[in-house]
Write a protein that binds this ligand. Structure first.
Ligand SMILES: [Ca+2]
Ligand SMILES: [Ca+2]
Length: 116
């Protein structure tokens, strides 16, 4: 099982289906990008424990977008120059600027399998 570590940690996948679980924004350390390695088809990235909108009470879910439009709770995937590496950014306060980010590396694009 993989997990998002705090402070620039690395989640390592393995054989079988892995679930990379992030439970709060504190896991995305300011001292370095968190990174998921060994992402494979069938793996899941679970962000359901993170409140996607800090402006609204309760726990909101993220929504996918290609570019931030100033709506809180948006998440997007940015292609990287390095093959097999994708930057994931999200905006939780609706200012169209990324508040946190992490990198997914692996054989499969992390285009599906998200639990938002
Ligand atoms: Ca909220
Ligand atoms: Ca923001």
């Amino acid at each position: 099982m993989g997990s998002g570590g705090g402070g620039g940690g690395t989640g390592m996948g393995g054989a079988g289906q892995d679930v990379f679980l992030f439970q709060n924004l504190d896991e995305f350390g300011v001292d370095g990008l968190d990174m998921i390695t060994d992402f494979e088809n069938g793996d899941l990235i679970d962000l359901s424990g993170i409140d996607a909108n800090t402006s609204a009470s309760g726990d909101q879910a993220f929504s996918w977008t290609s570019s931030f439009t100033g709506q809180a709770g948006q998440i997007r995937m940015v292609g990287q120059s390095t093959p097999g590496s994708w930057l994931i950014e999200f905006d939780i306060n609706g200012d169209a600027l990324a508040d946190a980010s992490f990198i997914v590396q692996g054989a499969a694009s992390p285009s599906s399998g998200w639990i938002l």
